[in-house]
Design a protein around this ligand. Structure first.
Ligand SMILES: *Cc1c(COP(=O)(O)O)cnc(C)c1O
Length: 374
């Protein structure tokens, strides 16, 4: 048996008529860039978040640095984040010309550890950039308190957790903005690239709308900007998919619960942790080997057995070759938890369209490895 890591084509077939209808509507409209389909999707996305504004941009990385630029964050400013995230979080800080400051993560959630933030704050600190890693929110209440005390901006990198919430808080409401990625493999993904910034700050919304469109909100009139727009074809795909995101996240939670029940006796690795009261949407289902030396052997065992497991992310940012490539960066030692997660993580196949047979086969293979460890 073979279990793929993604189910993109299955998902397409499940809602093919809705996606095809939206694509046809865009193709027949002759409005492909900044057209009515983009406007419709932006309104739907803002409503979904219970927020005032959503701006579609080219991808999830641009969404982060456009948010920084709209807030005036740039050279000389420090942004506090974590080193075990997808590379783009740090990249966006550097694209804005700011300094990335890495603090350690909570060992259970792998999100930024609020207790580590204050020691990293200097007079240059401008923003905290928590990542809702693997589909679970960072502790936004604690982060908000620190940001208020030190007058800092907060940008939530929510590339991985659309539809998640914390205990008594929604994504976006305790920060200046949340950024979303729509690359195909994310929980809400288009057939290509896309991103958005979601905010209640109308001024920020206006600035990002100009920045994404060559600094222009009026024909032939420009201030400095870029080209980073969400195409209407992608907006059409996303509009069709957004209606299903809660049901799809429920399915991810169902498969996660099945994995967790089937793997709970394992002794050679640990299972994902869910913070009580939080909705974890399992962008990824990550187990961690207890011994770092086991990881690659275990992964190969799974891959050889037909389970397309992967790692997210096996090299922490500050351990990448050539780091920091002449960019401004600072590490607040120690990054023990970030480094442990990078060394020990394995992602099991996780998507709404999995089948019971596939999930059970994954469990069987994983437990086969565990039993062999004695
Ligand atoms: C995917 C991702 C991004 C970047 O999104 P793109 O759309 O690929 O540019 C940023 N941050 C995190 C945590 C991500 O997982």
């Amino acid at each position: 048996m073979k279990v793929e890591f993604y189910g993109h084509v299955r998902q397409y077939h499940n809602i093919k008529s809705e996606i095809d209808a939206n694509i046809r509507e865009v193709l027949e409209s002759s409005q492909y860039v900044m057209g009515p389909m983009l406007k419709r999707f932006e309104e739907e996305l803002a409503r979904y978040h219970g927020m005032k504004h959503a701006v579609g941009v080219g991808n999830g990385t641009d969404a982060i640095w456009l948010a920084f630029m709209a807030l005036g964050i740039g050279p000389g400013d420090e942004c506090i984040t974590t080193a075990n995230t997808f590379f783009a979080t740090a990249e966006a800080i550097w694209v804005a010309g700011a300094t990335a400051v890495f603090v350690d993560t909570d060992p259970r959630t792998n999100c930024i550890d609020p207790a580590k933030i204050e020691a990293a704050i200097t007079p240059k600190t401008k923003a905290i950039v928590p990542v809702h890693l693997y589909g679970q929110c960072a502790d936004m209440k604690a982060i908000r308190k620190i940001a208020d005390k030190h007058k800092l901006f907060v940008i939530e990198d929510n590339a991985q957790a659309i539809g998640a919430h914390g205990d008594g808080f929604k994504i976006g409401e305790l920060s200046d903005a949340a950024t979303v990625s729509f690359i195909i493999q994310k929980n809400l993904g288009t057939f290509g690239d896309g991103g958005a910034v979601v905010t209640n700050n109308s001024d920020m919304d206006k600035r990002i709308r100009k920045l994404r469109n060559h600094g222009s909100d009026k024909r032939n009139v420009h201030s400095f900007g870029f080209n980073s727009r969400l195409d209407d074809l992608h907006a059409g795909v996303l509009s069709a998919k957004l209606k299903n995101i809660d049901a799809w996240n429920d399915l991810r939670r169902k498969w996660s619960a099945r994995y967790t029940a089937g793997l709970k006796e394992a002794r050679s690795f640990t299972l994902p942790y869910e913070v009580p009261g939080y909705r974890h949407v399992y962008h990824l289902y990550i187990i961690e080997t207890k011994k770092p030396a086991d990881r690659d052997v275990f992964l190969k065992f799974l891959n050889d057995g037909g389970v397309d497991a992967k790692t997210h992310y096996s090299i922490a940012i500050h351990k990448q070759e050539g780091y920091p490539w002449g960019k401004d960066a600072r590490i607040v030692e120690p990054l023990t938890n970030s480094e442990r997660n990078a060394a020990c993580c394995i992602s099991l196949p996780m998507y709404p369209e999995l089948t019971e047979k596939e999930a059970d086969y994954v469990i069987e293979k994983v437990m086969q490895w565990d039993k062999a460890q004695g």
